[in-house]
Design a protein around this ligand. Structure first.
Ligand SMILES: Cc1cc2nc3c(=O)[nH]c(=O)nc-3n(C[C@H](O)[C@H](O)[C@H](O)COP(=O)(O)OP(=O)(O)OC[C@H]3O[C@@H](n4cnc5c(N)ncnc54)[C@H](O)[C@@H]3O)c2cc1C
Length: 407
């Protein structure tokens, strides 16, 4: 620690000048960008440090389903105009098993809907809002390190164009994703982690084809799970469960489409429009939670603190609810000189996080083929799905979690 501090001081003497801000945010993903805009709306100065270029960040094809709470936060920062205009509002979702499809009417069950709008678009809208507000984002900042967050004078150092700089701040927000530096800067004795690794991955493709159905289709099939989703009325996103050690080059487009058709009901398979993939990737599935989400004057938010399998479409939405709680806590700190909000941040955020972790784990458990899904386990999955589509109470329970629990 002492050697690292000396190195940092030496580098600063040789290198660049120091910046000062109220909140230094590490990471310009959805969590960091949304937090930056919320803080700006509340009059709190912030600087974002991002390791990648803007194009790289915008090129990552990830989430695509927004809860109403997430859209409301985009509204709050004036970045929801395009999501409201171009996003597809879904009132329901379809579950397919035993060769038949069953619609769950979430709007009827909860009064709420979800919006299909890609993470890349959310990120672009937030980036545009940030530059329109003239806020500082330092892209291609390497060797980013949070320091002294257990004191009243936290700092973040980084290297830009070969020169070391430092940001002095009141607080650090670690919004730097699962592999970021914030969580790994915390002493292992101060953090507890919980993890479940699933024995399969999701092979996903994006194609310029109309979606097979106007709502999402989640399928439980003997060959494995599949999901039909979309980004717009002319761009589809499809997934099939695959072995963890599969490689993309083993999955030419034709093989992917054939496999997807196998898993769909006859009507969907007949209606599926195929075409060349414009993106193809394999994602491992994992549940992970780090506790607590606050370490002195550093907070973790989004994937930096937790990961969920994408089955429940909760990752991006959890990042949004975290920064909602955090921005409110920081606003209270600056406006009302009260630390109650930031003191309660970790507990409040984790209560919602664990419910989403539970929901995503459960959705994963009932829809996928595990190594032991045969005989008894397969019958239990079927019974659970059958109960879900035939019981009003079960339908409401699924729906209220799917559309997003209240903040
Ligand atoms: C392949 C994939 C598919 C997914 N699909 C879905 C889905 O369908 N539905 C869903 O809800 N969720 C999905 N997710 C999850 C969702 O994308 C994340 O939950 C969401 O991106 C979280 O946002 P974040 O801002 O917390 O983290 P991130 O989006 O990971 O952003 C973190 C940012 O920090 C930057 N960073 C990292 N380290 C440093 C550093 N040392 N210094 C500076 N910057 C750093 C990164 O470059 C990145 O821009 C998916 C995730 C992956 C990986």
């Amino acid at each position: 620690m002492i050697i690292a501090s000396l190195r940092r001081i030496a580098a600063l003497i040789i290198g660049g000048a120091s910046l000062r801000t109220q909140v230094a945010i590490i990471g310009a993903g959805p969590a960091g960008l949304l937090l930056g805009q919320l803080l700006h709306t509340y009059g709190i100065d912030n600087v974002i440090l991002e390791r990648q270029t803007p194009d790289y960040v915008l090129g990552r094809i990830r989430a695509g389903l927004l809860e109403e709470g997430t859209v409301a936060l985009l509204d709050e920062v004036g970045a929801a105009e395009r999501a409201r205009r171009e996003g597809l509002v879904h009132h329901g979702v379809e579950l397919a098993f035993g060769g038949a499809r069953h619609r769950i009417d979430m709007k009827a069950a909860t009064g709420k809907t979800v919006t299909i709008y890609g993470q890349t678009e959310v990120t672009l809208d937030l980036m545009n809002a940030r530059s329109a507000a003239g806020l500082t984002t330092i892209y291609q900042a390497t060797h980013v390190r949070p320091y002294d967050f257990d004191t009243d004078h936290p700092r973040v150092s980084y290297v830009k164009d070969g020169v070391t700089h430092e940001i002095a701040c009141d607080f650090i927000a670690g919004c730097d994703g699962f592999h970021g530096v914030s969580r790994s800067s915390v002493s292992s004795s101060a953090i507890q982690t919980f993890e479940r690794i699933y024995p399969f991955g999701w092979l996903g493709i994006l194609s310029e084809t109309p979606p097979v159905s106007h709502e999402l289709i989640y399928t439980n099939h003997a060959r494995g799970f599949s999901l039909c989703t979309m980004r717009s009325m002319h761009r589809s996103r499809y997934y099939v469960q695959c072995p963890l050690d599969d490689r993309i080059d083993q999955w030419p487009d034709e093989r992917f489409w054939d496999e997807l058709k196998w898993r769909l009901d006859q009507e969907a398979a007949d209606n599926l429009v195929t075409g060349p993939s414009i993106e193809k990737s394999i994602a491992p599935l994992r549940s992970f939670v780090a506790e607590p989400m606050r370490f002195g004057r550093m907070f973790l938010a989004g994937d930096a603190a937790h990961i969920v399998p994408p089955t429940g479409a909760k990752g991006l939405n959890l990042a949004a609810s975290d920064v909602h709680y955090l921005s409110h806590g920081l606003r209270e700190y600056y406006d009302e000189k009260s630390s109650a909000g930031i003191d309660g941040y970790s507990e409040k955020a984790l209560r919602r996080v664990w419910k989403a972790v539970r929901f995503s784990w459960w959705m994963t458990a009932i829809l996928h083929r595990f190594p032991n899904t045969e005989g008894f386990d397969a019958r239990i999955q079927f019974a659970e799905l059958d109960y879900l589509v035939s019981s009003k109470a079960a339908t409401v329970s699924l729906s209220e979690n799917y559309v997003g629990l209240p903040y």
